[in-house]
Design a protein around this ligand. Structure first.
Ligand code: FAD
Ligand code: MG
Length: 585
């Protein structure tokens, strides 16, 4: 029996002792930590073998806020057992958001795309605990977060608690953005969470049942069966396409009289839908929607919503304002900042931003050990021109006041790693390396003879920063950031001793880790009627039925567990055979 087990047993067999808080220093069995004893009764209910021994050891405490794409990917990839991990999120499951539009019409069931977080983080070597609560505020000075349980009503004042941390990982995502348009919050459906998708599904059926009642006029039926989608991004477009299929493949068979009254409108403020995609995809999608009878109104901005009408303003033609009656509205115009993130940003002096600014290692600027990833964060890429004097100093090893090609070659890998925009710029200018930029700045001079002073180097790099782009708010980015950060945490000690990052342009030595680098694997846009479009790296475009099959296989393979994979594939098969279910449950 180990010392640990002996201590456990002694306390378990002796109830009087068990009320005393004892701190025992133990070596070996408990990983060299301190053991603090707490009330045994509470433990006996859960586990009858040993009383509860709270390990107050030297493990670093990592608090993770959020169980979405970023948080879950971090937790799934964290393997280093030297952390004590606490997860806090109002959602005790992970949801596969790319299939939410399919949930709105019953193509896929809600439970098929969700996996309990406790199941995902249940690991042999790693201690991970989960609390279902939302973070209310972050105190970076005292290294504490304040939270409130989502079970608020039953807890008689015990719902709020605070948790301290050594490392904080903020992965709270974003909320839907209404741009403060009057009436949207009260009257529109959003499509962000699983509950939203379930509400939309019920609401569609409600509209069809209401319109089937014998007491309604044709005018009222027309209004009730007018479905309006605001936002021509991938989510709005996919929902409009799903809804069109649901109505035409399933609902018209059950509500044959409703067919003549149904109308689907897609409103988009800019000139085209799917702006972030290749023009060929946009053109195909717009064409398909016209053929399908989806009423596509581009250049049309919603300015007000009431319970029965939507007012829009034409962005051309003198800004004419018109209004349309509607039965159901789905609002999908992009994302905004959560209030808790906004307050935190004010606290740390990050104002006028849409998301928490981090450095290239995902560390929140202006804080200590706080990391932010996914939709709630944005990487502030360092500008080359801001650092040009320091780059020059670092590279000019002989302090001659000029930089030779040879001197530049010695630091070129570090510089390319630190400032990825340089590589993009070189690619666009069809140049092979930074030294090409230097020789280019010196006109016809021979490569070996090229020497630049600081002003000439500044001029050579003057356009480089124009290549900087913010990363999109997608699951792909969030998941890659989670994996990257977990990898850094897994190798924290190792890289402390042997740093692997680029040289520090300001200061000495190297950065501990390589900076985060996003790899884009392409993006899909399902367009309904078993057709999809895909834009793959290298501006490869694929459209049609075969792309829809590619979509099926990619989305099946990306599921977080075999259970959800089986459920999703099962739902797709059920839909092929029996169609979608229209019961309002
Ligand atoms: P989320 O996944 O939103 O997770 C945020 C987490 O934080 C949640 O668990 C939430 O409960 C929790 N949280 C919220 N408030 C608090 C709080 N106060 N305290 C603690 N926790 C909190 N991306 C793609 O790449 N491909 C797609 O096909 C795609 N399709 C999409 C379809 C839809 C309908 C939607 C809505 C999004 C889609 N996206 C897609 C985008 C993608 O879902 C997001 O970019 C991704 O979810 C961002 O991950 P995240 O972890 O930052 O945030
Ligand atoms: Mg020199």
């Amino acid at each position: 029996m180990t010392i640990y087990e002996k201590v456990c047993k002694t306390f378990y067999n002796n109830p009087s002792l068990s009320k005393i808080l004892v701190v025992v220093a133990v070596s070996g069995g408990a990983g060299g930590g301190l053991l603090a004893y707490s009330d045994s009764k509470s433990y006996q209910a859960e586990n009858d073998v040993f009383p509860q021994l709270e390990v107050v050891n030297k493990k670093k405490k990592v608090v993770v806020l959020g169980t979405g794409w970023a948080g879950t990917s971090f937790l799934k990839n964290l393997k280093n057992p030297s952390y004590d991990v606490h997860v806090i999120s109002p959602r005790n499951y992970f949801a596969f958001t790319p299939l939410l539009p399919s949930v709105t019409c019953g193509t896929v069931e809600a439970r098929s795309i969700c996996e309990p977080i406790r199941k995902l983080v249940n690991k042999k070597d790693l201690s991970v605990s989960y609390w279902e609560a939302e973070c209310l505020s972050i105190d970076p000075e005292r290294k504490k977060v304040t939270c409130r349980s989502t079970q608020n009503a039953d807890l008689n004042g015990k719902a709020e608690f605070s948790v301290d941390y050594d490392y904080l990982v903020i992965a709270m995502g974003a909320r839907s953005n209404t741009f403060n348009t009057p009436g949207v919050e009260e009257n529109a459906h959003f499509l962000k969470e699983v509950e939203d998708a379930q509400k939309i599904r019920q609401s569609i059926i409600d509209c069809f049942e209401k319109a089937a009642l014998p007491t309604l006029s044709e005018e009222e039926k027309k209004r009730i069966l007018h479905f309006v989608v605001v936002g021509g991004g991938p989510t709005g477009v996919e929902f409009a396409a799903e809804l069109h299929d649901f109505v035409n493949e399933d609902l018209v068979k059950l509500y044959p009289k409703a067919k003549e009254f149904v109308k689907i409108t897609l409103l988009e403020a800019t000139d085209h839908i799917l702006n972030m995609f290749d023009k060929r995809i946009t053109a195909f999608a717009e064409d398909k929607f016209h053929r399908d009878g989806i009423n596509l109104q581009t250049g049309s901005m919603v300015v007000k919503v009431t319970d029965k009408d939507i007012s829009t303003k034409a962005l051309k033609n003198g800004g004419v304002i018109s209004s349309m009656p509607y039965g159901m509205l789905v609002w999908s115009t992009g994302i905004g900042t959560r209030p808790v993130i906004m307050n935190f940003m004010k606290q740390i002096g990050q104002t006028n931003r849409r998301a928490l600014g981090t450095d290239e290692w995902l560390r929140v600027e202006g804080t200590g050990e706080i990391y932010a990833l996914g939709d709630c964060a944005t990487i502030i890429q360092r500008k080359v021109l801001e650092d040009i004097a320091d780059i020059f100093k670092k590279a000019d090893k002989d302090n001659s006041g000029t930089l030779t090609v040879k001197e530049m070659q010695d630091v070129v890998d570090d510089i390319l790693e630190r400032y990825p925009q340089i590589e993009l710029y070189l690619k666009n200018r069809h140049m092979k390396s930074i030294t090409d930029l230097m020789t280019d700045a010196k006109g016809d001079a021979k490569k070996e003879a090229v020497e630049l002073n600081i002003e000439e180097l500044r001029a050579a790099f003057s356009q480089v920063d124009s290549q900087m782009k913010n990363l999109p708010a997608t699951a792909q980015v969030a998941a890659q950031q989670g994996t990257y950060l977990a990898d850094c945490f897994n190798r924290m000690e190792e890289c402390e001793k042997n740093p692997e990052g680029p040289i520090r342009i300001r200061g000495e030595g190297r950065h501990r880790f390589k900076p985060f680098r996003y790899k884009h694997f392409g993006q899909f846009a399902p367009l309904g009627g078993e057709q999809a479009a895909a834009q793959l790296p290298g501006d490869w475009v694929s459209i049609g039925h075969s792309t829809q099959w590619l979509w099926y296989s990619v989305y099946a393979s990306k599921q977080v567990s075999w259970r959800t994979r089986a459920l999703v594939v099962g739902d797709w098969s059920r839909r092929f055979i029996f169609g979608r279910d229209s019961s309002r449950i």
